[in-house]
Ligand binder design. Structure first.
Ligand SMILES: [Zn+2]
Ligand SMILES: [Zn+2]
Length: 338
């Protein structure tokens, strides 16, 4: 029997284990992917720490998967072995439930999450439903693109579905794993892009990524600085600090939106400001597989790149700790080296 290496979480809060398992066979409506690389995302802590109910262990985490289809299950007609594909957080939808019938596939009542509902990409192979697949613009996947499957689609899709129009002021709060991609997407989409981060040392990078204005939130009041520009039509908050999110609300333009994609526990909002400026605070879910496909195509065409630290699969534990430390510049990626 052919076997593969996977990195699994044996039970909640336990250390990662590297084990040999039989290579899985794709069932009806599924494909098997030979994994080339998988990004390490903060949300992998859901599997590692057991933060969702009903996760079946042992479980292989990883939802920033890139690779090549190498086998297809019964009934799969639109996908073939050899195609370069990616798989993100969204692990497929049923097409039958009420949210699916309304076209809100992201909210599918039986929707699956890669690396949580089924085994993910910290592995040499994985099996996924076809509704989770994004096609690469060419027949080659690239290791560096793995973070586009989660951090990339989340920022790209939030921006392109926002109310901002080309030329308007869009601010990105935080220049980390999400933010360094959000700044690039915002600039390439034609917004007047403002980057907000802590410290003067991040300014050169912010400008290199495409920001035309940089606000150092330690030295300046970001809300006041945004108001000098007429206010931001959209502020994308990529940080996970509720207080930092609250501190920028006052910088919104009339009809502006504070768009939250960083998973903070809570934040303070001024309803008075919201109602007098007819503003909103909104969350954004990353998107489905076709949104990932659009993210890949846009990024390839416009030169949007994730900056990564790369580790081999057998050093997954170290790679995960590096991601958790918040010190990685900017995303961490595992390669299968085969
Ligand atoms: Zn993620
Ligand atoms: Zn559904």
């Amino acid at each position: 029997m052919k076997t593969m290496r996977v990195v699994q979480v044996p039970r909640p809060k336990a250390p990662f284990e590297i084990v040999e398992r039989p290579v899985p066979e794709p069932g009806p409506g599924s494909v098997r992917i030979k994994v080339q690389a998988c990004g390490v995302c903060h949300s992998d802590s859901i599997t590692k720490e057991g933060l969702f109910p009903n996760i079946q262990y042992p479980r292989v985490p990883g939802h920033e998967v890139v690779g090549t289809i190498d086998a297809v299950g019964a009934g799969v007609t639109r996908w073939q072995p050899g195609q370069a594909v990616g798989v993100g957080w969204h692990g497929g939808y049923c097409g039958q439930c009420d949210p699916c019938r309304r076209g809100d596939f992201f909210a599918c009542q039986t929707g699956q999450v890669t690396g949580i509902s089924f085994d993910g990409g910290y592995a040499e192979y994985l099996v996924v439903p076809t509704s989770a697949l994004a096609r690469f613009p060419t027949d080659t996947a690239a290791v560096e693109t793995a973070p586009l499957m989660c951090a990339g689609i989340t920022t790209f899709n939030a921006l392109r579905n926002s109310s901002a129009r080309p030329g308007e002021v869009v601010a990105i709060l935080g220049i980390g794993g999400l933010g360094h991609l959000a700044v690039q997407f915002a600039a390439k989409m034609g917004f007047q892009t403002v980057a907000i981060a802590r410290g003067q040392d991040k300014e050169p990078l912010a400008r290199q990524l495409g920001a035309s204005i940089y606000i150092d939130s330690q030295a300046q009041d970001p809300a006041a600085e945004l108001l000098k520009l007429g206010g931001a039509k959209v502020i994308v908050a990529t940080v996970t600090n509720g207080a930092a999110m609250s501190a920028v609300q006052g910088g919104l333009a009339v009809n502006g939106t504070l768009l939250l994609i960083g998973a903070a526990e809570s934040m303070e909002v001024s309803p008075l400001r919201l109602l007098t400026g007819r503003q909103s605070v909104k969350g954004w879910y990353s998107g489905t597989s076709i949104d990932t496909q659009d993210t890949l195509a846009f990024s390839a065409r416009m030169g949007v790149r994730s900056m990564n630290e790369i580790y081999p699969l057998e050093r997954a534990a170290e790679a995960y700790d590096r991601m958790i430390s918040g010190k990685a510049r900017f995303r961490v990626v595992l390669t299968m080296g085969s």
